[in-house]
Design a binder for this molecule. Structure first.
Ligand code: MLT
Length: 407
């Protein structure tokens, strides 16, 4: 008789953002007259850059003509987009990433979730706390952990990110096989220096580990000393896979386009100790399980690399960073210490009390939604994440309401 994958029973009943959406939905239904401002999930609010819209229209017109119509595209993405990514996102920063090392996909969330499939079921995990829950939950589903106890799973080496290390975990003494890192960080907004990333690359080499580097918020980095890619560190091509997204860069959360970089030089041994190219495994996985991203969406993504597109994307990310500055200033006026928001669209606020308690308080008294830090892991307790993705009007209104509620 068919049985379920019992690893699912180890998970919390619902995914963090689904849980929050349910609570907020219930509140809104019970208080129909109160306008709720959502600064919880990091979902963009501003329209697509005009260069992307133009490219989308032009691609739609191509799809309407027999001569230019496109059916299935290459599963890894069209060469025109992969070449632009290689040249602009990497070449211009002195990193060598070849177009055929880039796998275009419909989201960094899916890539971060799916990549674990190409590694052994008994891979030892090192995962930050607090963390984007996808890294943990997908490994739980795959059976790499034991049960959860007190908010932590057996079998995960937790990399604690706290105020005392500036929310950037250092390398542990214990070995791990698969290390998840995310900078600029979701949820804390912290960034890692090149020296810190070099320590991680050295750790991976020492331990035969692979680093899964989530760089979805790279476009928010303004400090010129902060690396945008792990490949800015020498030797990283031998130990790291990198994930990027157009979602937060160009407002593509509703369009869906991202990419993963799997260097061809990156190998891991099979059971007999023979090195196998991870690029081949990921290529096999992707060609089997996806038909890629639609042609119009890839054309729209390519438009961010035009001169106009670059300016528009910079304007968009500057706009959200302007919101983050307002949030930081408002928290400071309330006497609440915060991190992030300078090279990232998230502000991580130390609220000095239970994070769900603070979430409820903001919702009840200010009708503002934040994300409780405890939802990201044990070390997130006592904090909330406030997202800068919103209109200026909503951010100003939300901050005024929070000041009134807490003042
Ligand atoms: C977040 O709020 O953490 C992100 O929006 C989630 C995501 O990108 O999937």
């Amino acid at each position: 008789m068919i049985r379920i994958n019992e690893n699912y029973a180890k998970l919390k009943a619902s995914y963090l953002f689904a849980d929050i959406a349910r609570r907020v939905g219930a509140y809104a239904a019970a208080h129909p007259g109160r306008a709720v401002i959502r600064m919880g999930i990091g979902d963009v609010t501003e329209p697509l850059p005009p260069a992307c819209v133009e490219a989308l229209h032009a691609a739609a017109a191509e799809m309407s003509e027999r001569a230019t119509f496109k059916g299935y595209g290459p599963e890894q993405g069209y060469p025109f987009l992969r070449e632009l990514i290689s040249r602009h996102d990497y070449g211009e920063r002195g990193c060598n990433v070849e177009p055929d090392e880039i796998f275009v996909s419909d989201g960094a969330k899916c890539d971060c979730a799916n990549i674990q499939e190409i590694f052994a079921a008994d891979a030892r995990l090192a995962i930050p706390d607090p963390v984007y829950p996808v890294y943990v939950d997908t490994n739980v589903m795959a059976g790499r952990t034991g049960q959860a106890a007190d908010g932590r799973y057996e079998g995960i080496l937790y990399l604690e990110a706290t105020e005392s290390n500036g929310y950037v975990p250092g390398v542990p003494d214990a070995p791990a096989d698969l290390v998840y890192l995310c900078f600029p960080n979701n949820p804390t907004g912290a960034v890692a220096t090149k020296a810190r990333l070099a320590q991680w690359v050295a750790y991976a080499k020492r331990n035969g580990a692979v680093i899964l580097y989530d760089s979805a918020y790279e476009a928010y980095i303004r400090d010129p000393a902060v690396p945008h890619s792990i490949y800015e560190v020498e030797g990283a091509r031998d130990v790291a896979i990198e994930f990027r997204s157009f979602s937060k860069t160009a407002g593509f959360t509703g369009m869906r386009c991202a990419y993963a970089v799997v260097p061809k030089s990156l190998t891991a041994p099979d059971g007999a100790g023979r090195p196998q190219a991870l690029h081949s495994l990921w290529h096999r996985r992707q060609t089997t399980k996806t038909n890629g991203v639609s042609y119009p969406v890839q054309r729209a993504a390519a438009a961010i690399y035009t001169e106009a597109g670059r300016k528009q994307v910079r304007g968009l990310t500057d706009f959200y960073l302007g919101n983050a500055r307002l949030i930081r200033a408002a928290m400071a006026r309330l006497g609440l210490a915060c991190a992030g928001g300078e090279d990232a669209p998230y502000v991580w606020v130390n609220v000095g009390r239970g994070s769900w308690e603070f979430f409820d308080l903001l919702l009840e008294r200010a009708q503002v939604v934040c994300t409780p830090g405890a939802g990201f892991g044990r070390c997130g307790e006592g904090h909330v994440r406030i997202s800068a993705f919103n209109s200026r009007e909503n951010v100003e209104e939300a901050l005024a309401r929070i000041a009134a509620a807490l003042g």
